[in-house]
Design a protein around this ligand. Structure first.
Ligand SMILES: Cc1ncc(COP(=O)(O)O)c(C=O)c1O
Length: 393
């Protein structure tokens, strides 16, 4: 299997991005990265606000936000009225958990691949309600059918809500949310998808997934500025859901209510819609489908190449059927023998190679999760493979 070639369009040029080229940046998944043109677009909104604060926020703001929702909605499969802007995916998840009413004995189900910050937020919100969070272990190597069956078997009469990542944070796995949604709907259980990584990574049609709630980040794979998240809610469930900060627009409909959570900088939300257009344009005639398929092909190649290089077993099928734009891998077992912690290993690795890549312990295993985006090159992962071996030599 050969490494995919870089896209032959402007978006693949590192000079279009704000990243410092001295570092091999293999960690798009944490906070994303911005194109220069996206940063300029945000600056222009902020300048307009500073020049005419009232005109921009009070008089032009609602129309600008509606236009941004229309563009993002058409890109991600949502009616513009059916989602609200939030700060980030954690905010969106917490909004749903705080809005729903849980009874003592209710159970929120998630998996042991949940993002830790979300795990903590849910535990905190449920504390004192009498409802509990139960984590269902999903075995690795994972399969799509295995994930679906494990979660279906885990449902109980107490299950009230299933919280599932569309793409898991520690393991980079794309979970079958449509199948999970169908199984939960048949049992009358709500599903909240944590789609922090999904916009820009997956070809999304959010309203068609069959879930009542979908939380997402726009600053990761969509390349929007920090501070851009969203929460999509099925129309029938919208009266139940309110932002943490309720203000003038309460009762005016989900999208309108979320657009005024007290006065705040709306530029990340407006720029998110521009980020879709800018990246699509820089990607040339292939647009976003070309970006997504390049990144997935690269992640699939990276998974196979590093499994061979380090002689480790993959966490998911080698055909890439459970991957998006990230591939989490086990580190060779001797990493644990040589280093006291993943952080210590990473520090030594960074002494070998100026690289930014997440490395952490998950379920007693040491994992590394290289991310793949259009500005990355196959050689960077080969260098990573060698640098890991040299760090462990
Ligand atoms: C699956 C998942 N959920 C939620 C988050 C949290 O994102 P944020 O801190 O932007 O809310 C992350 C961050 O990496 C994530 O991977």
């Amino acid at each position: 299997m050969n490494a995919p070639l870089p896209l032959a369009t402007a978006i693949a040029s590192p000079t279009e991005w704000l990243l410092d080229e001295k570092t091999r940046f293999l960690n798009h998944g944490s906070f994303g990265a911005r194109l220069r043109r996206v940063a300029l677009a945000q600056r222009a909104y902020q300048d307009r606000f500073e020049a005419q604060p009232l005109a921009f926020l009070d008089r032009e703001g609602p129309a600008l936000l509606r236009a941004a929702r229309l563009k993002l909605g058409s890109f991600l499969g949502m009616n513009q009225a059916d989602f609200g802007f939030t700060s980030n995916a954690t905010d969106s998840v917490a909004t749903v958990l705080r809005s729903l009413r849980f009874e003592p004995g209710d159970e929120v189900l998630t998996t042991d691949h949940v993002y830790n910050g979300v795990r903590q937020a849910v535990r905190h919100i449920l504390a004192g309600s009498g409802a509990t969070l139960r984590e269902v272990p999903l075995a690795v190597p994972a399969t799509t059918a295995g994930v679906e069956a494990t979660l279906a078997e885990a449902l109980s009469p107490r299950s009230r809500l299933v919280l599932v990542s569309h793409v898991t944070s520690p393991t980079g796995l794309r979970l079958p949310v449509e199948r999970i949604a169908a199984n939960c709907a048949a049992r009358g259980v709500d599903v909240l998808v944590d789609g922090a990584h999904a916009p820009g990574m997956l070809d999304l049609d959010i309203a068609a997934l069959g879930v009542p709630f979908y939380a997402a980040n726009l600053h990761k794979w969509l390349g929007a500025p920090m501070g851009a998240g969203l929460l999509w809610v099925h129309p029938e469930r919208q009266p139940e859901i309110h932002p943490h900060v309720v203000s003038h627009n309460v009762g005016l409909g989900l999208a309108t209510e979320f657009e005024w959570q007290g006065s705040r900088d709306i530029s990340p939300w407006l720029t998110a819609a521009d980020a879709v257009a800018i990246a699509g344009e820089l990607a040339g005639p292939g647009g976003w489908p070309a970006i997504r398929s390049h990144n997935r092909a690269l992640a699939t190649w990276v998974q196979r190449m590093l499994c061979q290089c380090w002689e480790v077993e993959a966490l998911s099928p080698l055909d890439g059927s459970m991957l998006g734009s990230m591939a989490a891998l086990r580190l060779p077992a001797r990493a644990r023998e040589r280093f006291p912690s993943p952080a210590a290993f990473l520090e030594a690795l960074r002494g070998e190679l100026p690289v930014e890549v997440p490395c952490f312990e998950w379920n007693g295993e040491w994992l590394i999760r290289p991310c793949c985006n259009v500005y990355n090159r196959a050689e960077q992962y080969q260098e990573l493979g060698q640098a890991v071996l040299e760090t462990l030599a």
